[in-house]
Design a protein around this ligand. Structure first.
Ligand SMILES: Cc1cc2nc3c(=O)[nH]c(=O)nc-3n(C[C@H](O)[C@H](O)[C@H](O)COP(=O)(O)O)c2cc1C
Length: 461
């Protein structure tokens, strides 16, 4: 990079050369993060590592892509992170809400260790979105528009995946952000568009019950218009908004391939959906030719998935060779104590921390009701450390080795079919059987509800 280029804003660099700007961001991830120095793995030096200079992205996750979690993921290989979605109107009008997410003291203290960072907003009012985005543009690398949230609350609030079906409003939001932001570009995270019958008259729709049918033509046409309006990156979550909860199932990477073929020469495209480990990352990049991959549920359960020798890859003989889940919990707690999620760390405090521990330890908590109750009722870091000691004891007594740890929470809605293809449990067993077999007992259900507060289940995103 020449001296003149370093003086240019992220937005100017992006406008000069969209792919060059993106590569620059990923490059900065390693040169600026102290954590890269801690990297003792040698797998990343491989010449055949096709993930070099590709984005390995931690998804935006309400309550879960908080600052301490992002720092942990960056240590284990992620080179680009998103904040959780911030509600633009609340961010502008409620000082306490904003303080939880955006605290300049914390931003100064973190001193670029949490970059590159994309801040995501949701909202359906172009001017509100712009005003909120202006507040953060000095301390991030881009501002993202959430067009993925499929929950009822997003339908009512006119945001998330429902914006995709309000094309003119969405384009206006992107245009207003593109024209109004001075320093950083605007990016968009989209889902695939359902066919018109699903969007117009859902009750009479004859599409498959798991919602996996989508309309490629209208998706591509919308994405092209988003780029014309100024979108600097498109992240394609290759499922429709109907594919949530039990219907989550397989993501269709072939759709991302089509997006890359048609639009990938204009801006970077990130593939999202169905990334469980580094083998999936490599396969997805091979099949889609995307500029990067984004993971949400798998990285939540095991942050080192972006390491070839992390967990369950050909490279690791299908074992877990990275750190064990209890060690990861302790690492997360260390960082969370330094950067508490409710003090500018972009989570709700103990609820956010407990939910992380629940994701990390999902396999243990199911078979240890006592420890599960300890984590559910934990009110302090000390309470959670005690629960971790109990799990450690249990691992020792049952001679459990780290290499035997498997993914558990990630597979709660998915399974492999006879050909080893990932499918939703609904597609495999039928909806009625899933509901009957998947009913939680009252105690567990209460515990989970308490972990997630008022949300239904994280799988609904
Ligand atoms: C706990 C949780 C919170 C989420 N919050 C958001 C969000 O704030 N914004 C968003 O665009 N997507 C959100 N998502 C969706 C993910 O970013 C991602 O698109 C989706 O989970 C598919 O990726 P996966 O197959 O790797 O899980 C959330 C997902 C989860 C599990």
């Amino acid at each position: 990079m020449t001296i003149n280029q370093t003086q240019l804003s992220s937005k100017e660099l992006q406008q000069q050369d969209a792919h060059g700007w993106f590569q620059g961001l990923l490059g900065n991830s390693c040169s600026e993060s102290k954590n890269c120095d801690d990297d003792d793995d040698d797998d990343d030096d491989d010449d055949d590592d096709m993930t070099k200079m590709k984005a390995l992205v931690v998804a935006p996750m309400v309550e879960q892509s908080d600052l301490p979690f992002r720092l942990l993921c960056r240590k284990y290989g992620a080179n680009l992170c998103y904040t959780p979605m911030f509600h633009a109107r609340m961010f502008l009008t409620r000082p306490r809400y904003r303080a939880q997410f955006w605290n300049l003291d914390v931003i100064r203290k973190i001193n670029k260790k949490d970059r590159p960072l994309i801040v995501q907003f949701c909202g359906g009012d172009p001017m509100e979105m712009l005003e909120a985005a202006k507040v953060v543009e000095d301390h991030c690398d881009a501002v993202d528009v959430n067009c993925g949230c499929p929950q009822g609350i997003a339908r009512r609030g006119n945001y998330g995946a429902f914006l995709l079906e309000k094309e003119e409003l969405l384009l206006k939001i992107v245009r207003v952000l593109h024209e109004g932001l001075k320093k950083v570009p605007v990016t968009v995270k989209v889902r695939l568009l359902p066919p018109k019958c699903c969007t117009m008259q859902e009750k009479g729709c004859t599409c498959q019950s798991d919602g996996s049918v989508y309309c490629l033509e209208s998706s591509l046409s919308l994405y092209e218009r988003l780029i014309d309006a100024g979108a600097a990156i498109l992240t394609v979550h290759c499922r429709t908004r109907h594919q949530k909860g039990h219907n989550t199932g397989a993501a269709d990477w072939s759709a991302v391939r089509q997006v890359v073929e048609k639009l990938g020469h204009r801006i970077p495209i990130i593939a999202n959906g169905g990334i469980a480990n580094m083998d999936d990352v490599e396969q997805c990049l091979l099949e889609t030719k995307a500029d990067g991959v984004m993971s949400s549920e798998a990285v939540l359960e095991y942050p080192p998935i972006f390491k070839r020798n992390g967990s369950h890859t050909k490279f690791s003989n299908n074992k877990r060779t990275g750190p064990g889940r209890v060690a990861l919990c302790n690492e997360y707690l260390d960082i969370a104590e330094e950067y508490p999620p409710d003090v500018g760390g972009q989570g709700s405090g103990m609820k956010c921390v407990r939910t992380h521990i629940h994701h990390f330890l999902s396999a243990d908590l199911e078979s240890n009701p006592t420890v599960r109750d300890m984590t559910i009722s934990a009110k302090s870091y000390g309470d959670l450390r005690k629960a971790l000691q109990a799990i450690e004891l249990y691992h020792n007594q049952s001679n459990m080795e780290v290499e035997d740890e498997t993914q558990h929470w990630y597979f709660r809605h998915r399974c492999e079919d006879k050909e080893g293809k990932m499918v939703s449990k609904t597609a495999m067993f039928g909806k009625s059987q899933i509901l009957a077999g998947g009913e939680l007992n009252e105690e567990t259900a209460k515990g989970i509800a308490c972990l997630f507060g008022n949300c239904n289940d994280a799988s609904d995103y």
